[in-house]
Write a protein that binds this ligand. Structure first.
Ligand SMILES: [Zn+2]
Length: 138
């Protein structure tokens, strides 16, 4: 399945990624059932340590966002996060800690400027991830 993201959502993700540089940002991709992402929700990077190459989403914050989205008939299609001065690929840490039912959007932020943005789907066993086609609409 293709992950479609509204242009203004992608811009908001880029703004978020630049605002937390040189630390990673993270957030949720909110969509309808056919992976049309029309909203994003910023999450706090709750990683308990240096945040320049790690992020963690508080499960309670995720749960609340999931419930709020469901009340609007929407769902969490995936998770986005940034890679300060690192390519837009999933790291081993990322795949090890991923959920195979989510899409993962990664934004590369070289020198503080959001750039290459790619989507990934982890394999069931979390050993690797496949790139997902991403299209921008609106
Ligand atoms: Zn990462």
């Amino acid at each position: 399945m293709t992950l479609s993201i509204a242009k203004r959502v992608l811009e908001e993700i880029h703004t978020h990624a630049e605002s937390t540089y040189p630390e990673e940002c993270c957030g949720l991709l909110i969509s309808d059932r056919s992976k049309h992402v029309t909203e994003s929700i910023r999450m706090k990077n709750a990683y308990d340590g240096p945040k320049h190459d790690r992020y963690n989403i508080d499960p309670l914050e995720l749960f609340r966002a999931d419930r709020a989205s469901a009340q609007k008939g929407l769902t969490i299609a995936g998770i986005y996060h940034s890679h300060p001065d690192y390519p837009a690929t999933l790291s081993k840490f990322d795949t090890d800690h991923s959920f195979p039912w989510y899409s993962y959007v990664v934004v590369s932020v070289p020198k503080g400027q959001a750039g290459d943005t790619r989507a990934w789907i982890p394999k069931e066993d979390r050993t690797s991830a496949m790139e997902e086609t991403m299209e921008v609409f609106g």
